[in-house]
Design a protein around this ligand. Structure first.
Ligand code: PLP
Length: 365
C-alpha cells in the first residue's frame, strides 16, 4: 500500500470555475493560466476541463510544448516572452504568442531571419515595476514593433499590482487603468489587462483577453475580503490523507518536535500521514483548520517531515483510517478552502497549491 496521502484534482470544479470567469466577463476571451504546471495541478490533468477556454497562458516553452502535445491548436501565450533568440524558432514552429517587455527582445525579433508573422503582446509597466515599458516609452515602442515585418498583430497588455485590494486608500486598480488608457487611447489593437482578482472584483473593465489563473483552481485572490464561497468557486485540488495512529494525552503531555504544544487537559489526537515533505508547510500554526471525516478540527503542534497531529477531542468516532482533508473537499462534501489553510502559515493559496511535492500521488475525479 502506498502512503494514504493523495492530491485529488476535480475536473468538474475546474470546469465550474472557468464558467465563473466567463460569466463575469462574457465579452472577453478567457485564457486559462496554466503556468507552474497549472498551479501545481498538472497541465495534463487540467487540460480536458480547460479545453473550452479561448487560449492558454504560461511561462516556458516546455509547458507550451506539453499543451501542443495534448492536441491544443488554439492560442498559447508566453507571459514572460522569449528567454533567448532561439526561442523564436519554437514560437514559429509551435505557433506561440508571446509578450515583449524589454528592448533586447525587440532586437531578437527584428533579427529573425525567416518571414514569420508573430502574434505579440506588448507589455506596459503601468506601476507594478516588474516587466514592461514605461508609459513614456510605450507609444514609441509600439510604433517600432508595428513597423517590423515579423509582427502580425499587437495586443496591449498590462498587469495589476493591486487588483486584490486597496492601495493608498484608493481603489487598487484605478491609477493603473488611467495610465494605461491615457497612453493607448487611439492606438488600434486588442487589450489584455485582467487577472483573477480584476475579473472577480471589477467585471466592468474592458479587456479583450482576460488571463484567469488562481480563480480557476478554486482559491480566492482577495481572501479574506472574499472567500471562495463569496465568489462561488470550488476547490480544484483536495489534499487528502488518513489518520495512521491515535494518541491519548494527559494534561501536561506534549506533542511533536520541540514539544511546542502541551495539552492543558486530557485530549485525543490523531497522527496524520502528511508532513512538510508533502508540501504542508512546517510553520503552519497550531489551530489551523483540518477536516476529519468531513468535520472541522485543527492542527496541533509542530508539523514534521512526514506527519502532523490533529485534535480529535470532540470527534469520538474518528479513528485510524479516518479521512483527513488538509485542504479541499471531503468525501463527505465539506469544504475547507486552501485560503484558510494558507492563512495559518502566513501565505496564500497560490503558494500551497504550487508546492505539493512529487512524492504525493495525484489522482483525478
Ligand atoms: C500569473 C499571471 C496571471 C494570472 O494571475 P492570477 O492572479 O492567478 O489570476 C495573469 N497575468 C500574468 C501576467 C501573470 O503572470
Amino acid at each position: 500500500m502506498p502512503r494514504p496521502i493523495t492530491a485529488v484534482i476535480h475536473r468538474q470544479s475546474l470546469q465550474h470555475n472557468l464558467s465563473i470567469a466567463r460569466q463575469k466577463m462574457p465579452n472577453s476571451q478567457v485564457y486559462a493560466v496554466v503556468k507552474a504546471n497549472a498551479y501545481g495541478h498538472g497541465i495534463e490533468r487540467v487540460y480536458q476541463a480547460f479545453k473550452s477556454a479561448d487560449g492558454f497562458a504560461l511561462l516556458d516553452l516546455v509547458e507550451a510544448k506539453r499543451i501542443r502535445a495534448l492536441g491544443w491548436k488554439g492560442p498559447v501565450l508566453l507571459l514572460e516572452g522569449i528567454f533567448s533568440e532561439q526561442d523564436l524558432f519554437d514560437c514559429e514552429e509551435l505557433n506561440l504568442s508571446f509578450t515583449i517587455h524589454s528592448e533586447y527582445q525587440i532586437e531578437w525579433l527584428a533579427r529573425f531571419p525567416r518571414p514569420a508573422r508573430f502574434d505579440v503582446y506588448l507589455k506596459m509597466n503601468s506601476g507594478m515595476n516588474r516587466l514592461g515599458f514605461r508609459p513614456e516609452q510605450y507609444r514609441q515602442v509600439w510604433q517600432q514593433l508595428s513597423n517590423l515585418p515579423q509582427v502580425q498583430r499587437l495586443t496591449h497588455m498590462m498587469h495589476f499590482s493591486d487588483a486584490d485590494g486597496e492601495r493608498l486608500g484608493r481603489d487598487g486598480i484605478e491609477h493603473q487603468c488611467q495610465i494605461f488608457d491615457a497612453v493607448i487611447q487611439d492606438l488600434p489593437g486588442a487589450r489584455s489587462v485582467c487577472n483573477s482578482a480584476a475579473i472577480l472584483r471589477h467585471p466592468q473593465l474592458q479587456s479583450d483577453v482576460i488571463r484567469s489563473g488562481i480563480m480557476l483552481y478554486g482559491s480566492s485572490p482577495d481572501y479574506p475580503s472574499h472567500s471562495i464561497q463569496d465568489w462561488n468557486l470550488q476547490p480544484a485540488m483536495s489534499l487528502r490523507s488518513e489518520i495512521i495512529a491515535v494518541q491519548q494525552l494527559k494534561a501536561g503531555d506534549s506533542v511533536g518536535y520541540g514539544s511546542r504544544f502541551v495539552a492543558e487537559r486530557e485530549m485525543r489526537i490523531g497522527i496524520v500521514a502528511c508532513g512538510y515533505a508533502d508540501g504542508y508547510q512546517r510553520i503552519t500554526a497550531t489551530g489551523t483548520p483540518i477536516l476529519v471525516d468531513g468535520q472541522r478540527s485543527s492542527l496541533v503542534g509542530r508539523v514534521s517531515m512526514d506527519m502532523l497531529a490533529v485534535d480529535l477531542s470532540h470527534l469520538p468516532s474518528a479513528q485510524v483510517s479516518s479521512e483527513v482533508v488538509l485542504w479541499g473537499t471531503s468525501k463527505h462534501g465539506t469544504v475547507l478552502s486552501i485560503d484558510e489553510v494558507a492563512a495559518g502559515s502566513g501565505t496564500i493559496g497560490y503558494e500551497l497549491m504550487c508546492a505539493v511535492t512529487a512524492r504525493v500521488n495525484f489522482i483525478q475525479d
